[in-house]
Write a protein that binds this ligand. Structure first.
Ligand SMILES: C[S@@+](CC[C@H](N)C(=O)[O-])C[C@H]1O[C@@H](n2cnc3c(N)ncnc32)[C@H](O)[C@@H]1O
Ligand SMILES: [Zn+2]
Length: 573
């Protein structure tokens, strides 16, 4: 057993795999990190929990490594994705049969709506639209990228303006009725959703062209007829993973929601719905490939149960859809390990960003009050974020076995958000043992664009003490002893003694880790002596700009700007 010591190294990255490409979700954690942590902290047959499970990476890796798992998420879209990623074994012959059935019934009807009048310039066969750039900024010069049935145009070289006759054909298609149900609900007001309302998109259906609504309603209606529930859910998963790409959220320069928000650009694209759906079902990274992988890796170890008692009679998988502030379906001291990834303050608005999917899948939107988030539109500031997180970690503490571990992955550029998390865990009774940076798989849009976020996620390893400690530090004490300025300079000095020069963001990471250890961990604390600190430094909140300003003033360091990046070097005397 290795579980007496936490992992203290960055896990070596491994390749992407199909099971986590079946559906987009935000902030999905690298599977190989999750797998290594589960293997390190637990043994086969033990129970691994994730109360903020998102797309279910923790549950799926637990099952693959023959651990039982308890998942929870407030958002029904998350539990839908998680359950369908974990389900195994799936009858893929049946899945394929249902897909062929849909294809036989709908492919030609849908594809015909996207045909062009001019034939393929290479072979004369009919041409079909792959995508059409037709947002308002194009005015009348719509640009089409096309393919023929013989495969010409795959490399994107059949690209031209749409002819007036082809435009007239689209107008004919769009005079038809939308044959079946489609969502027409009004978007609620929200921080990200306001970007849609600002460009006059108020209802879910307004995010799609009429032609795409016709195609989507046909597909949706056909999928509803599938009688096998697990196959139907997987087909719906391919359907919902089609939606963003066939909406007006896609432009040639921007993948939909890559900036974690609803941007509808003036040059939006209309994609061919059939092509995208087929791609989501069984091309590279489709649902079929994902389930082939989980069939092979999980096989018959997936045994879902409705209640915790089921674990004693062969159950291996329990998922609930509710607030993690209330885990009353889990008994005290029953969980062997918890790996979780809570929302990072307000940086990703899960309720809002999943609204479009939930509307098409006819799911509830009524859970918003319990979402752990910072969002003005929900009246939730830092204090309510902290209060809710504290409630969650109290529950996590209650259900965990004494002496066992909790790993929390986190990333935020605002120390108030870090503080909320650290206080929540500390108040609950957890002891922080170490902090480990993990290399990102790929930088998110915000990370690479702003250069102001932490470059890497940090994993905080906590332990539930074997016996309760009554003399815990009062978490507000640190304001009296912590001198942020000294701490920043010391961290930079340390870091630069091992590295010739360093990116500002690397030094910032070192500062955050030192700060966590000083305030919440076991490092020896310093006493504030510098009376001259400016107000901003005395205030405990610091961010990467604070670090930059403080180091810039220090004669020990030189600041270098190179290619829009900021470096520091230690001066030699
Ligand atoms: C950072 S994401 C987790 C992503 C996950 N690690 C993955 O790999 O997909 C945080 C999740 O917390 C969920 N959440 C927010 N408030 C919650 C609450 N009160 N109870 C349970 N889940 C909540 C969100 O719906 C979101 O799915
Ligand atoms: Zn051709």
């Amino acid at each position: 057993m290795r579980i007496d010591k936490p992992i203290n190294y960055a896990v070596t990255p491994k390749k992407d795999c199909a099971r986590y490409k079946m559906h987009k979700y935000w902030a999905a954690k690298p599977w190989y990190v999750v797998a290594e942590y589960i293997e390190h902290f637990t043994q086969e047959g033990e129970i691994v929990m994730d109360p903020f499970c998102g797309s279910g990476v923790v549950g799926c890796e637990a099952l693959i490594h023959r651990r039982k798992t308890v998942l929870n998420d407030l958002n029904p879209m998350a539990t839908f994705i998680a359950r369908n990623i974990c389900s195994s074994p799936i009858d893929l012959k049946r899945f394929d049969k249902e897909f062929i059935n849909i294809k036989n019934k709908l492919r030609s009807t849908i594809v015909d709506m996207y045909r062009l009048i001019e034939p393929c310039p290479e072979c004369g066969a009919p041409l079909y639209i792959k995508h059409l750039v037709r947002g308002p900024s194009l005015e009348n010069r719509w640009i089409v990228e096309a393919r023929c049935s013989n495969g010409h145009g795959r490399s994107g070289h059949i690209r031209r303006y749409l002819t007036p006759e082809e435009k007239a054909f689209i107008a004919t298609v769009e005079r038809c009725d939308i044959p079946y149900w489609f969502p027409q609900n009004t978007f609620p007001d929200g921080r990200e959703i306001m970007r849609l309302k600002n460009v006059d998109i108020n209802r879910v259906d307004q995010l799609f062209t009429r032609r795409n609504l016709i195609a989507l309603s046909l597909l949706h209606n056909e999928i509803q007829k599938i009688s096998d529930v697990s196959i139907k859910e997987l087909m719906l998963m391919a359907f919902s993973n089609t939606l963003l790409h066939v909406s007006k959220l896609k432009s040639e320069a921007l993948r939909p929601m890559s900036a974690n928000s609803y941007y509808c650009m003036g040059d939006w694209i209309e994609e061919n719905v059939w092509e995208r759906f087929e791609n989501r079902v069984n091309w590279h990274w489709g649902v079929y490939q994902g389930k082939q992988e989980t069939n092979r890796l999980i096989d018959d170890y997936f045994n879902p149960v409705e209640s915790f008692d089921g674990f004693s009679s062969g159950g291996t998988f329990m998922i609930s859809n509710g607030p993690a502030q209330d885990l009353s379906n889990i008994p005290d001291e029953s969980i062997d390990y918890c790996f979780t990834d809570p929302p990072y303050g307000g940086s990703i608005q899960y309720f809002e960003l999943t609204y479009l999917w939930r509307s098409w899948l006819d799911m509830s939107h009524g859970f918003i009050d319990n979402e752990v988030i910072v969002n003005d539109f929900q009246g939730k500031q830092y204090d309510s974020f902290e209060t809710m997180l504290t409630e969650v970690f109290r529950e996590v503490y209650r259900v965990m076995k004494p002496g066992r571990w909790l790993s929390v992955t986190f990333n935020n550029r605002d120390t108030r958000i870090w503080e909320a998390l650290l206080k929540a865990c500390q108040i609950a009774g957890f002891e922080i043992i170490n902090v480990v940076p993990q290399n990102p798989v790929g930088h998110s849009f915000v990370q690479s664009w702003s250069g102001k976020a932490l470059k890497r996620d940090l994993i905080l390893n906590f332990r539930k003490p074997k016996a309760v400690h009554y003399n815990q530090t009062n978490c507000n004490d640190f304001e009296e002893y912590l001198n942020i300025r000294e701490m920043i300079i010391e961290s930079a000095r340390d870091f630069l003694s091992k590295n010739q020069r360093a990116l500002l963001s690397e030094i910032y990471e070192a500062v955050v880790i030192r700060w966590i250890n000083m305030v919440y961990g076991g490092l020896k604390r310093k006493t504030s002596t510098d009376e001259d600190n400016c107000k901003e430094i005395q205030n405990k909140v610091f961010d990467i700009d604070t670090v930059d300003r403080i180091l810039e003033q220090e004669s020990d360091f030189s600041r270098i700007e190179d290619n829009n990046r900021i470096f520091y070097r230690k001066n030699t005397c």
